[in-house]
Design a protein around this ligand. Structure first.
Ligand SMILES: CC(C)(COP(=O)(O)OP(=O)(O)OC[C@H]1O[C@@H](n2cnc3c(N)ncnc32)[C@H](O)[C@@H]1OP(=O)(O)O)[C@@H](O)C(=O)NCCC(=O)NCCS
Length: 197
């Protein structure tokens, strides 16, 4: 017989609390050991996860029968002020409860929370061979933008990463005209006015 926590309707999505830190650490460290989702190879100490919970950016958990079975976190994308409205997110779900829509719900909820906090975009990089994550992101309204080829190595092997993003709030509705590179002067590679974005 199925246990109630096996069913997604019994999974609550809510902001993380301090007592969730061990559950979040368990999921992240399991993800690191899986070697399918992150370049990180150093497992995290509990204190490091507790510091995430004090961060103002969104950190949500999926909780079933009092147990943390998933989480989604938004971290700062860049220290540059122009990117203050951009968050870089990650999502992890307990291996026993995958394929039940928990990641999709977490991604939707974390996007809504980020939007309420005034962020205009969430983005992340996913290993191109991480099919479950790509599917979950597409299901949650993210768009695949392009591929960073050989972005870094994991255990000595090059990994390609697909960049995903979801626009939030006014940015999701703003019409932005595409500007050709030469529209306001040369703007070419040799132009001294040219700056990195
Ligand atoms: C990626 C991950 C978070 C997905 O969690 P999940 O709760 O199983 O995902 P969901 O059940 O919400 O699935 C959402 C979609 O992905 C699809 N999907 C889920 N697992 C899949 C799999 N193994 N293969 C193919 N598609 C899969 C679902 O069918 C669903 O698609 P649909 O809505 O079109 O039917 C989970 O596999 C995980 O924790 N992986 C390790 C960590 C990781 O890769 N994190 C992402 C790094 S950014």
């Amino acid at each position: 017989m199925a246990c109630p926590s096996d069913h997604p309707s019994h999974v609550e999505i809510r902001p993380a609390r301090r007592e969730d830190a061990p559950g979040i650490a368990r999921l992240y460290n399991a993800g690191i050991r899986e070697r399918r989702s992150t370049f990180e190879t150093r497992e995290r100490e509990l204190g490091e996860i507790e510091a995430w919970i004090g961060d103002p950016l969104p950190l949500l958990v999926a909780s079933a029968a009092g147990r943390v079975v998933g989480y989604a976190r938004v971290a700062r994308y860049s220290p540059r002020a122009a990117y203050d409205g951009v968050g870089e997110h990650s999502v992890y779900v307990d291996v026993e409860l995958r394929g039940r829509g928990i990641a999709r719900r977490l991604l939707d909820a974390v996007a809504a929370t980020a939007e309420r906090q005034g962020l205009h975009k969430l983005c992340s990089r996913i290993f191109t061979d991480n099919a479950p994550s790509r599917r979950a992101h597409l299901a949650a309204g993210f768009t695949e933008i392009g591929v960073h080829r050989r972005h870094a190595q994991l255990d000595g092997a090059w990994k390609d990463c697909v960049v995903v993003e979801r626009l939030l709030g006014p940015a999701a509705h703003a019409g932005v005209a595409a500007t050709p590179p030469d529209a306001s002067g040369s703007g070419g590679a040799g132009d001294p006015r040219r700056r990195s974005p």
